[in-house]
Design a protein. Structure first.
Length: 234
């Protein structure tokens, strides 16, 4: 089944090429050329995925990402950036993007990344209603894509939810960064291990009363991360 995909790219040649490849996959594709239009289209059309260029007129891609997440949107976002430094790429993830590609990129790789994001988003939505995971004070409803901590609702991005779900399905187990990349990003073997660290940091900001002293999402130094199976709730 095809998806509704929004491309936000002001380079007409690039947007046309991306559109051709994504439509070959059976998707319905819309294109906008600036960040203001991207925000309006996401709010009105509610696409299944956004391909978002960083360098957009009026409102840049990073601000589009930040605004959408602040509004509670969990639409998967694939960020396109010409900035090649690690810090610039991680900044996009820090603001809520689910994945990124640096320019120049292969249209086939972009298509594969889109497929992976859509597959994981649909897998979350297709989970059965009784799929409820509880680990201490943390509760995940994978059918409704909802997370609560001590009964308090917490809004997560698609990748943050997938990472937390991977940990919650085996509470207490220590996962290396490489193992989490495999479970959350699938085939994306070139994803930086620091990408996991960024998502963990963002999760802690949302889950923990004191992110500097996490009691749910723990670091096991020299190994990786685990979701504490005891929690601190009743």
């Amino acid at each position: 089944m095809g998806a509704r995909i929004l491309i936000a790219e002001d380079d007409e040649k690039q947007s046309r090429l991306i559109r051709i490849y994504l439509e070959r996959e059976g998707n319905t594709v819309q294109v906008v050329a600036d960040g203001r239009a991207a925000l309006e289209r996401v709010r009105s059309v509610r696409p299944d995925l956004v391909v978002l260029d960083v360098m957009l007129p009026f409102v840049d891609g990073l601000d589009v990402c930040r605004i959408l997440r602040a509004e509670g949107s969990d639409v998967p976002i694939l960020l396109l950036t010409a900035r090649s430094t690690e810090e610039d790429m991680l900044l996009g993830l820090d603001l809520g993007a689910d994945d990124y590609l640096t320019k120049p990129y292969s249209p086939r790789e972009l298509t594969a990344r889109v497929r992976a994001l859509l597959r994981r988003s649909r897998a979350t939505g297709a989970a059965t209603r009784d799929e409820l995971l509880r680990v201490g004070a943390v509760e995940l409803d994978t059918a409704r894509f909802e997370v609560r901590v001590d009964g308090r609702p917490v809004a997560l991005t698609s990748k943050e939810f997938s990472l937390l779900e991977a940990l919650a399905r085996d509470p207490g187990r220590v996962f290396t960064r490489a193992q989490l990349i495999e479970r959350v990003f699938g085939f994306d073997s070139d994803v930086l291990e620091r990408t996991v660290d960024v998502h963990v940091r963002n999760l802690r900001l949302k889950l923990e009363p004191d992110p500097a002293r996490p009691r749910h999402l723990e670091t096991v130094y020299g190994r990786g991360y685990r979701l504490a199976d005891g929690g601190y709730g009743p």
